[in-house]
Structure formats: C-alpha cells, structure tokens
Design a protein around this ligand. Structure first.
Ligand SMILES: NC(=O)c1ccc[n+]([C@@H]2O[C@H](COP(=O)([O-])OP(=O)(O)OC[C@H]3O[C@@H](n4cnc5c(N)ncnc54)[C@H](OP(=O)(O)O)[C@@H]3O)[C@@H](O)[C@H]2O)c1
Length: 302
C-alpha cells in the first residue's frame, strides 16, 4: 500500500509517498480503506517538529479519516467490512495512507448523503469546536466572540454557538465577512483593520483559536463570570477565566454532528480537495494561515 512518510522534521518537501505492507488491525481496531483525510494545522507543526507528541520521524501524519471498513480486529462488535465510517485517529501511522488502522470506538457511521470529503473534514475541527463550546457553556442570549471564525475550527464554532442561541461575533479579514455572516455570526470584525479589544465592548465568552497575545487582550472583554477558552498557548494562562481545550475523539458527538450535517443544519466548507500526491502543496496552503474552512486529501489517483 501507499502512504505518506517522512524521515526527518522539516518543510513540506520532507513528505513523500512510500510503499509498505498493509497493516493488520489489533484488538479493538479496524482497518479502513481511505476515502478522504483532512489536513489540520497540527499536522504541519508535527511535520516541522514544532510539536513533538508523535515522537521522532519516521511517522505518518493525519488525524481525520472518512473510510470504509476492510477488516475488523478481535473484540470489535457492531462494525463490519463494507461499513462507511469517519472519525479521529491518534497514532504514528496516521491517516495519510491508503489503509488506516483506527480504534473502532472512536468511529461514527457516515450518514448516507454525506460524502467522504465532507465527513473527513469534520472530526478534529468539529469536535474541537463542540468541546470548546461545551467548556464555555454559553447560555441563550450570551455573546460569544470567535477568533479565526473563517478557519476549520472557527467555521464550526460559529455555527454551533449560534445553534445554542448565542449571539456570535467573529474575527476575520474582510474577504471572509460574508462567509462568516452566512454561518450565523451577527457581527464580524476585520482584525487587520480594527483592534478587537477596542472595537468590542463586552462579551460573555471568548473562543480563542489564535492564541499568543490574543489572550490578555481578550480577557479585557470579559467580566468576572466570563469564560476564555483557547485551543492554543496564550498569554492569558493563569487567569481564573482561562481554560485550555484539546480536541478529543468522541464517536457519540461525531454521530450527532454527522446527523446535523446530513439534515443540512450544519455547513461543512471545504476550501480545497487535493489528491494525496499533492500533500506538499496542501501543507503549504495550510501554513499560509488563509484556508477558509477545511483542506481535504483524497487517495492517490482518486
Ligand atoms: N488543541 C487542539 O485540540 C486543537 C484542535 C484544533 C485546532 N487547534 C489549533 O487551533 C488553531 C486554529 O485551527 P484551525 O484548524 O481552525 O486553523 P485554520 O483552518 O488553518 O485557520 C485558518 C483561518 O485562520 C484565520 N486567521 C489567521 N490568523 C488570524 C487572526 N490573527 N485573527 C483571526 N483570524 C485569523 C484565517 O482567516 P482570515 O483569512 O480571515 O484571517 C483562516 O481562515 C490552529 O493553531 C490549530 O493548531 C488546536
């Protein structure tokens, strides 16, 4: 089978297609044939060695997959060859691969009417947005500020917050304002033209998908009951309103999100679909910081 490997940390050029043996699923695991895999910013950070939780290369990147069950390992019940599933994989063998090993209990059934590309775009971004909002727990009528509202996580966070009855303000460049309003934001600020900390009076929740020096400036917008939720390191660390969220696999939540997508209640915006042969270009696009919604990879020659 083909997969994307890397022998060293580095730029997109270290990513190469290699051949290897098809893996065999262990206990509680399934082997999936790749339908599509999403690119997440963390893939680029891991590739470059800026974060190292996968250890040293060689490894294969990718956390998100939509695929078809080919084989089940021992102890897997309720999942059979031919089933279409999607979910999150946390391993050194990744999802940038023709065949992927996944924990069966992290996978959700792919609803009919939701294609591989759409399903693959969901796991990390949508689960992170969902879990960040769970942590913030905005009540109807509260105001939620979403930084980087046009990105993978942000475009889901805007929709989920609006569905919870919150009033949403997003930050994005002017070119993305129509897009973010179309997702349900009441207001969008161009962070390149306006200082959000001065333009906004007060909000109940900040969902910070940018981090860094956005932290303390965001805290200025909250009163003592406000919640600052980030998925990135930021200078707000230590404040009692600070909370860091890491996206975790959840088959139950993915099933719920998948159903909402199938009903047309949640929009999945895929900016570009590239074949796996163009993975280097996909990483360059991701690192531009300008992707609207998600980038998705399809199998070689698909
Ligand atoms: N801890 C976790 O579990 C976890 C999970 C998922 C993501 N993350 C992290 O969260 C961050 C966002 O992830 P993502 O997948 O949403 O990224 P992404 O899709 O690559 O985000 C791209 C978007 O960011 C916007 N953007 C860039 N700089 C901005 C700024 N200064 N202010 C406002 N918007 C800005 C851009 O919109 P404009 O073109 O309009 O600027 C673009 O649409 C990444 O750093 C990622 O690693 C962490």
């Amino acid at each position: 089978m083909k997969f994307i490997g890397q022998q060293r940390f580095g730029g997109p050029e270290v990513l190469e297609t290699v051949q290897g043996a098809r893996p065999v699923p262990g206990s509680g695991e399934v082997l999936l044939r790749l339908g599509a895999a999403a690119v997440n910013p963390v893939d680029c950070k891991l590739r470059a060695g800026r974060v190292r939780f996968l250890g040293d290369p060689p490894f294969t990147l990718g956390f998100d997959i939509s695929g078809t069950v080919v084989e089940t390992g021992t102890g897997v019940t309720g999942m059979h060859p031919g089933d279409n599933v999607f979910g999150m994989v946390h391993s050194r063998t990744g999802t940038y691969s023709e065949f992927v090993i996944a924990r069966a209990n992290a996978l959700a059934p792919r609803p009919s009417g939701v294609d591989h590309v759409t399903a693959a775009a969901l796991p990390t971004a949508a689960l992170t947005a969902w879990q960040a909002l769970d942590a913030a727990d905005p009540r109807p009528g509260e105001t939620v500020l979403v930084h980087a509202a046009a990105g993978g996580v942000g475009h889901f966070a805007v929709q989920f917050a609006e569905r919870r009855g919150a009033r949403v303000i997003g930050t994005a460049r002017t070119a993305n304002h129509r897009f973010v309003r179309g997702l349900g934001a009441a207001e969008v600020l161009d962070y390149t033209a306006t200082d959000f900390a001065e333009a906004i009076d007060r909000v109940d929740v900040v969902l910070d998908l940018v981090g860094g020096e956005y932290g303390k400036r965001s805290l200025q917008l909250l009163d003592d009951n406000g919640r600052y939720i980030t998925v990135q390191d930021s200078d707000a660390t230590g404040d009692p309103r600070f909370r860091m969220v890491t996206g975790r696999p959840s088959a139950a939540t993915l099933t719920e999100i998948g159903a909402a997508v199938a009903r047309g209640q949640v929009r999945v915006h895929v900016d570009r679909v590239l074949p796996m042969d163009e993975v280097q270009e996909a990483h360059r696009l991701s690192e531009s910081g300008r992707v609207r919604g998600k980038l998705v990879l399809t199998p070689w020659g698909a």
